[in-house]
Design a protein around this ligand. Structure first.
Ligand code: HEC
Length: 149
């Protein structure tokens, strides 16, 4: 009886060994391939990874389109950037910002004359008040902005 059990055990071992060995081979194969695989991976541009290339392209494509500003939206900016240099404090007798006694006599000339003086320059007042890119509408808005309310 003991001998039979030993024989059966031996037979089982003999039968199962190739099966076990094969399954070990598969495991080993995967382990070995994993061990010897290259350290880095190459990403070809033909198959780009959006997350990798998008940041580099964004600054170029995100450049905002040049927009023409309107007088109503940037009158404060025009005044601050160009006119205030002289008109905030009254340099060279420039009529001070919204000072009634200095502006009233000039306003009697009418907006068209004031605009012409600003456009072409007037005594110490430089042409276009140094805002060479300003449109007539922007200059007119800047004049009206500086007049007393
Ligand atoms: C470099 C200084 C300077 C800058 C900058 C300047 N002005 Fe003047 N501006 C003057 C002076 C000085 C006068 C007074 C000229 C005079 O009456 O002899 C004047 C006068 C004027 C007058 C009255 C003109 C008249 O017929 O009485 C207007 C309107 C005016 N400026 C508008 C502007 C506007 C709008 C800007 C900005 C876009 C501007 N100025 C920028 C110096 C300046």
């Amino acid at each position: 009886m003991k001998k039979n059990i030993a024989s059966i055990g031996l037979i089982l071992i003999i039968i199962s060994t190739p099966l076990l060995a094969r399954s070990n081979d598969v495991d080993n194969q995967a382990i070995i391939e994993d061990r010897i695989k290259p350290i880095g991976q190459v990403h070809l541009l033909q198959n780009p990874q959006p997350a990798l290339i998008t940041p580099a392209l964004t600054p170029l494509s995100a450049k905002p389109a040049e927009t023409k500003t309107t007088a109503s939206t940037n009158v404060n900016e025009v005044y601050t950037k160009y006119c205030s240099v002289c008109h905030a404090t009254g340099i060279a007798n420039a009529p001070k910002f919204r000072d009634p006694s200095l502006w009233k006599p000039r306003m009697t000339q009418g907006i068209n004359v004031l605009l012409e003086h600003v456009t072409n320059g007037f005594n110490a007042m430089p042409p276009k008040g140094t805002c060479s890119t300003c449109t007539p509408e922007e200059l007119k808005a800047a004049i009206e902005y500086m007049e007393p309310k």
